[in-house]
Design a protein around this ligand. Structure first.
Ligand code: ITT
Length: 218
């Protein structure tokens, strides 16, 4: 079936179309629909609901929305829900004028901030992968209508590399070239799309939502 994806991020669309094979994923832009809701939530769940409801109000049929980001344990979860707007130590939640810096600059700033924290000492007793632990999260909503919806939230654990010069990989997007996967000894941008989908925050959330969708009589 045709499912609207409440996103303007074509990388998300690509990853999700691979998993939702058998369904057709359509973004608002594909149909010339203007869509840029304000993401005012303070967690992934709230923002995924904001996006889902905003698109449902426009199309009045089932929509999927995801909100995702990377959290660095030693930085108290920064940038988290602000991952796409993160602009370095002075602008964790994005610049006041709304302008964005390049992904390469975001990656460099995040490593720099973590290195600073590690240098000053980090209690990593409860971090899964030591002082450089980080994780992606993805909250995904399948909204049939505003009173009937299903939500899954999943994480993807790894570490941040120590030096921006060691960024590696052409696959994936966003922070993937600096997100190291100890079990693969590769960054998330070096593994194949299939490998990423099998273990990633978005891949796992999609798998749960797809099972629900396939079991519904729509
Ligand atoms: P939409 O809101 O239109 O969907 P967006 O890119 O702004 O697009 P988010 O608000 O969910 O999406 O922000 C997610 C950001 O987190 C994204 O821009 C990346 O910087 C980062 N991110 C999320 N998932 C990622 C992944 O699988 N690989 C790399 N970076 C990721």
């Amino acid at each position: 079936m045709k499912i609207y994806l409440a996103s303007g991020n074509l990388n998300k669309k690509r990853e999700m179309q691979q998993i939702f094979s058998g369904h057709t994923i359509v973004t608002p832009k594909d149909e010339g629909i203007e869509f840029d809701p304000e993401e005012t939530g303070t967690d992934f769940y709230q923002n995924s609901m904001i996006k889902a409801k905003a698109l449902w109000d426009l199309v009045h049929c089932p929509v999927i929305a995801d909100d995702s980001g990377i959290s660095v344990n030693a930085l108290g979860g920064i940038p988290g829900v602000w991952s796409s707007r993160y602009a370095g130590p002075d602008y964790h939640k994005g610049k006041p004028d709304g302008s964005k810096i390049s992904q390469a600059e975001q990656n460099a700033f995040l490593i720099q901030e973590l290195n600073e924290a590690v240098k000053n000492g980090v209690d990593s007793t409860y971090f899964p992968n030591g002082p450089r632990s980080a994780y992606y999260s993805c909250s995904m909503v399948l909204m049939i209508n505003p009173t009937k919806f299903y939500i899954a939230q999943e994480n993807f654990e790894g570490t941040l590399i120590e030096d921006i010069k060691d960024s590696r990989g052409e696959n994936g997007f966003g922070y993937d070239p600096i997100f190291f996967l100890p079990q693969f000894k590769k960054t998330a941008a070096e593994i194949s799309p299939e490998e990423k989908n099998a273990i990633s925050h978005r891949g796992k959330a999609c798998a749960v939502i797809k099972k629900i969708l396939d079991g519904l009589d729509l």
